[in-house]
Design a protein around this ligand. Structure first.
Ligand code: NAD
Ligand code: UDP
Length: 310
C-alpha cells in the first residue's frame, strides 16, 4: 500500500509512519514542520519506502496513493491559537485537499478529528451521539470549529461522491516525540518536574482529562482504517481512565521524585471542565481498547524527555 500521512512529522504522525514502515508499507510523509519536528522522522529515512515531503496541506496534493491519514493540524492550544486563521485553513482546506485526492485516486481517507468537537461538554462521558457544546467565536474555535467543519466535509464527500472515509475523534494522547515546548499538560509537567521548576496548574486543577498512551492510539487508528467500508465512524479513540489535572501533577512529581512546587495560575478561556471518552463503539465495532495505564505510559515518556535534555 502507498500511504500518505499528513502531519507525519508531528507527535502522533511520526509513530504512525514508523509503524506503517515496520509493516513493510510505503509512506509519504507530508508536513510543513510548523508544530512537528524533523527530529521525529530523521531516523525513518533509513527505510527505503519512506519519502518526506515538506509541503502545506492547504495546497492541492498531487500523489498516487491508496490510503490517506490526515493528521496535519497543530494540536496544542498555544500552537493552534498562535495563528488561528492558519489553523482554520489547515483543517478546512486540508480536509478538502485530502478528500479531492481520495476522490481522484479512489484512496481510503481517515480524518484525525478530536474530542474538542464536544467543546466544554455538558454530557459525561462523551459518546459519539453527543453534538457538543462549542463556543463558535472563542479562542479555541479555530481548532474546534475547524475540526467540526472537516468532519462535515468528510461526511458530505462520502454521501455526495462515495469517497471511502473514516473519522476518528482522538482524546488526549501522550508519549515520546511530543515537543518539550509543546505547551500541553503532560509535556509541560514532565519537563517542569525533570528540571525541578514549578508545575504550572491552570485554575485549581480540578478539571479532568483522560490520557491515552500513543501506542494504544496508533493501534486504534489502524483498527479504524482497516475496518469494513460501511463503518465510517466517527469513533472515539481514547483511554477512559479519567484524572484531575492535580492528580496528574501529583503522579508525575511522585514518579520523577521531583522537588517541584505546584504553582496555580489563571485558567485559559473556554478550558473544558471535564473530558472522558465513551469507547463502546470502538470496542464493539473495531475490537479496540487501550491497554496502557497512565502509570505505565508515563515512564517511557519521561525517559524520552530526559534523553532530550541530557
Ligand atoms: P502535532 O502538532 O505534534 O502534529 C501535527 C503535525 O501537523 C505537525 O508535524 C505539524 O507540523 C503538521 N502541520 C500543521 N499544519 C500543517 C499544514 N498546514 N500543512 C502540513 N502540515 C501541517 O500534533 P499531534 O498531537 O501529533 O496531533 C496530530 C493530529 O491528531 C492533529 O490533527 C490533532 O488535531 C489530532 N489530535 C491529537 C490529539 C492529541 O492528544 N495528541 C487529540 C485530538 C486530536
Ligand atoms: N494545563 C495545566 N497546566 C499546563 C498545561 C495545561 O493545568 O501547564 C491544563 C489545561 O488547562 C487543561 C488540561 O491541562 O485543563 C489539558 O490541557 P492540554 O493543553 O494538554 O489539552 P486540552 O486542553 O486541549 O485537552
Amino acid at each position: 500500500m502507498r500511504n500518505l500521512v499528513t502531519g507525519g512529522a508531528g507527535f502522533i504522525g511520526s509513530h504512525l509512519c514508523r509503524s506503517l514502515l515496520e509493516q513493510g508499507e510505503e509512506v509519504f510523509c507530508l508536513d510543513n514542520l510548523s508544530s512537528g519536528q524533523i527530529l521525529n522522522v530523521e531516523s525513518l529515512s533509513s527505510f527505503a519506502n519512506f519519502t518526506f515531503i515538506e509541503a502545506d496541506v492547504v495546497e492541492p496534493i498531487e500523489l498516487e496513493v491508496d490510503r490517506i491519514y490526515n493528521l496535519a493540524c497543530p494540536a496544542s492550544p498555544p500552537f493552534y491559537q498562535a495563528d488561528p486563521i492558519q489553523t482554520s485553513k489547515t483543517s478546512v482546506l486540508g480536509a478538502i485537499n485530502v478528500l479531492e485526492l481520495a476522490r481522484r485516486t479512489g484512496a481510503r481517507v481517515l480524518q484525525a478529528s478530536t474530542s474538542e468537537v464536544y467543546g466544554d461538554p455538558l454530557e459525561h462521558p462523551q459518546s459519539e451521539t453527543y453534538w457538543g457544546n462549542v463556543n463558535p467565536i472563542g479562542v479555541r474555535s479555530c481548532y474546534d470549529e475547524g475540526k467540526r467543519m472537516a468532519e462535515s466535509l468528510f461526511f458530505d464527500y462520502c454521501r455526495q461522491f462515495k469517497v471511502d472515509i473514516k473519522v476518528i475523534r482522538i482524546f488526549n494522547t501522550y508519549g515520546p516525540n511530543m515537543r518539550p515546548d509543546d505547551g500541553r499538560v503532560v509535556s509541560n509537567f514532565i519537563t517542569q518536574a525533570l528540571q525541578n521548576r514549578p508545575i504550572t496548574i491552570y485554575g485549581d486543577g480540578s478539571q479532568t482529562r483522560s490520557f491515552c498512551y500513543v501506542d494504544d492510539l496508533v493501534a486504534g487508528i489502524f483498527a479504524a482504517m482497516n475496518c469494513p467500508a460501511d463503518l465510517t465512524g466517527p469513533f472515539n479513540l481514547g483511554n477512559p481512565n479519567e484524572f484531575t489535572v492535580l492528580e496528574l501533577a501529583q503522579l508525575i512529581t511522585a514518579q520523577i521524585q521531583s522537588n517541584s512546587e505546584l504553582k496555580f495560575i489563571e485558567l485559559p478561556l473556554d478550558d473544558p471542565k471535564q473530558r472522558r471518552p465513551d469507547i463502546h463503539l470502538a470496542t464493539d465495532l473495531l475490537g479496540w481498547k487501550p491497554s496502557t495505564t497512565l502509570k505505565d505510559g508515563l515512564p517511557p515518556t519521561t525517559t524520552y524527555f530526559s534523553n532530550l535534555t541530557s
